[in-house]
Design a protein around this ligand. Structure first.
Ligand code: G3P
Length: 216
């Protein structure tokens, strides 16, 4: 399984890269806006920080506009992946870009039928949102099991499932149990995953006892 960071914060990407935790990055207009910086500047920056895929989301609403944006973004770095919302115009662009060998992520997927169409259209990554389904009392992680079950039957669809809208560590655990290829995790959730009170207690006790027998 690969871990992508779901953030546009370059300092955080730099820090977490030092733990070998960053196989890629996902951004979207909301995450870019939080940085207070311009879209192009942030994506180009991130491309200098990691070797893996850097997802940059388009905002055009027509297939033609998406294609123009996609070709412009691809000039910002070879590892850019074009992130495209799940709709009719988006899938038209996904198909054209897949024919050109340009990788795409279809985002805002909330059902298995949507995932099937996105895979068939040639998406490189499928991005089902877990947390936003939970928000409306629908089981987000169940969707992950359903999508992976279907995709595993059709290996000819060369795409990977990237679980997104991850809100806490148990979403990560369930996504891993569902066998997704990638989980794109907000830095806050990485921080939550790292810590445990018994670990802190154990480290404190070891350090205390070491003072009696370890030579400095
Ligand atoms: O990658 C998509 C993710 O950023 C959305 O998360 O918490 O806004 O549903 P959230």
């Amino acid at each position: 399984m690969k871990i992508f960071l779901d953030t546009a914060d370059t300092q955080t990407i730099r820090e977490l890269s030092e733990m070998g935790l960053v196989d890629g990055v996902t951004t979207n207009p909301t995450l870019i806006a939080r940085t207070g910086r311009k879209f192009e500047e942030v994506i180009k920056d991130i491309c200098t920080l990691i070797d893996g895929p850097v997802n940059a989301e388009i905002t055009s609403t027509t297939a033609g506009g998406i294609l123009e944006e996609a070709h412009r973004i691809r000039q910002w770095g070879d590892q850019t992946v074009i992130k495209i919302p799940m709709n009719r115009e988006g899938l038209k662009a996904v198909w054209r870009l897949s024919e050109e060998g340009i990788p795409t992520t279809v985002t805002l997927i909330f059902s298995v039928p949507q995932a099937i169409l996105a895979a068939k259209a040639g998406a490189r990554y499928l991005c089902p949102f877990v947390g936003r389904l939970d928000d409306i009392s629908s089981e987000g992680t169940s969707l992950l099991y359903d999508i992976t079950t279907v995709l595993n039957k059709y290996p000819e669809w060369d795409c990977e499932v990237m679980a997104a809208s991850i809100r806490h560590p148990l979403h990560v655990v369930e996504a891993a149990r569902a066998g997704v290829d990638i989980i794109t995790i907000p830095p806050k959730v990485i921080d939550q995953m790292l810590i445990h009170p018994l670990t802190d207690k154990g480290i404190a006790q070891f350090l205390k006892d070491a003072e009696l027998c370890y030579t400095k």
